[in-house]
Write a new protein. Structure first.
Length: 198
């Protein structure tokens, strides 16, 4: 039903399909503190494991498969991948984790973070089908995203516009600088040791 393997040149790679892995890949993709090559290698490693990294001749194909997988089967052009990182977002999986958990409980009766495993496609499908209503009868994440997406220039009433600008500031996606902690530094060191191991 959902993809479990990627195949390149007759070789199959097991995909780490849990939604938390896809969220980690999204975090890597948006990390401007690393270069494009490091970003590509990190995503391939995170999704497909060490064996994929060792097959250096297949990295480019595996990255395209990874992007298609992370977009739940949608084909993408290379220029779209680069532009996607610059697009304005209305959700941040890390910052909005509590909103996501509350919204899933509200709409579906479960918290995805409490599950031992949930396929990325299933999580993404549920995320994109959360309740939404302009009358306010919907989950918290949908309300937050609606605030973030409101074009304040179209609000005629000055007081209402001021309230919406203030609300947008309160729920804005933060753009903080990444500082690696000791565990993350060690993980990066281990990653490169594994990558260049004979």
């Amino acid at each position: 039903m959902y993809p479990e393997y990627a195949e390149v040149n007759g070789k199959r790679y097991k995909i780490n399909t849990d939604f938390r892995v896809a969220i980690k890949c999204d975090e890597i993709a948006r990390d401007n503190s690393i270069g494009d090559l490091e970003r590509a290698l990190a995503i391939v490693y995170t999704l497909f494991g060490v064996e994929a990294i060792k097959d250096i001749e297949n990295i480019e194909k595996l990255l395209k498969i990874a992007v298609k997988y992370l977009r739940c089967g949608a084909e993408v052009e290379d220029k779209e991948i680069k532009n996607e990182r610059k697009e304005k977002r209305d959700i941040d999986f890390i910052q909005d984790q509590n909103y996501i958990a509350s919204s899933f409980k509200y709409d579906y009766g479960y918290n995805p973070y409490d599950k031992d495993y949930l396929h990325w496609y299933e999580f993404y499908n549920d995320l994109n089908n959360l309740s939404y209503s302009e009358l306010g009868s919907c989950c918290i994440l949908s309300r937050i995203r609606a605030i973030r997406n409101t074009d304040v220039s179209k609000i005629k009433d000055a007081d209402e516009r001021k309230r919406m600008i203030e609300a947008q500031k309160q729920v804005a996606i933060k753009k903080d600088k990444k500082v690696l902690n000791d565990k993350q530094k060690q993980s990066a060191t281990n990653f490169y040791k594994e990558l260049f191991k004979e």
